[in-house]
Structures are given as structure tokens and as C-alpha cells.
Design a protein around this ligand. Structure first.
Ligand SMILES: [Zn+2]
Length: 105
């Protein structure tokens, strides 16, 4: 896996911390997964369970929704029970309150 310099685009080994071409600092690679499992307050249609699962696993939300609906009909309600369990079990996203963070000095 390689990283690319944000300034000049030079390809570098993923372990590089500085660009060998322009000397720019290379930020460490950001993991694509590992986001906290939360139900967003915006964009959700029922309880945000599908969005939470999609975001946490890097799936497409619409695909998760379709699979959830299909699973609900083909599993005799087992998916519905799992959905309710997830609804209860997944914490709601903490709203971002302006001023809640300490001011930048
Ligand atoms: Zn560079």
C-alpha cells in the first residue's frame, strides 16, 4: 500500500512520514473503518439502524435498507427482532452543540 504526497502527488511507501520529493509532511493513513456505531439524527428514515450499520462497516445505506426489508419478509420477522434489538442497543449519535468544545487558543 502506498500513500501520495498531498502537495506534489509523489507516491511514497505507507511508512513514509515526509515526502522524499518536496519534504512535505505525510499524515498517517486514515482507517476506512472503525467508526463508532451510532444512529445519526439526520438522514435516518426509521431509527437510523441501517445508517449506523452502513457507516460502521463502510456499506451502502440503500443496500443495507433493501437487505433489511428483504430479510424481514424472508426470515419470518427475525430481522425485525434484530432491528428492534439494534434500535435499543445502538446509542443515539451525540448532537454537536456549538460552544461545547473548549475554544481554540
Ligand atoms: Zn511532495
Amino acid at each position: 500500500m502506498a500513500v501520495f504526497c498531498n502537495r506534489c502527488g509523489t507516491g511514497l511507501p505507507s511508512s513514509a512520514r515526509f515526502c522524499s520529493s518536496c519534504g512535505s509532511t505525510i499524515p498517517p493513513p486514515q482507517p476506512m473503518q472503525g467508526r463508532p456505531l451510532v444512529r445519526p439524527r439526520v438522514g435516518r428514515q426509521i431509527a437510523g439502524v441501517c445508517i449506523a450499520l452502513a457507516h460502521a462497516n463502510g456499506w451502502d445505506v440503500s443496500v443495507v435498507r433493501i437487505l433489511t426489508v428483504l430479510g424481514f419478509f424472508f426470515s419470518s420477522g427475525l430481522v425485525g427482532i434484530a432491528y428492534l434489538a439494534a434500535w435499543i442497543g445502538i446509542p443515539e449519535e451525540v448532537p454537536v452543540v456549538p460552544g461545547a468544545y473548549p475554544p481554540q487558543v
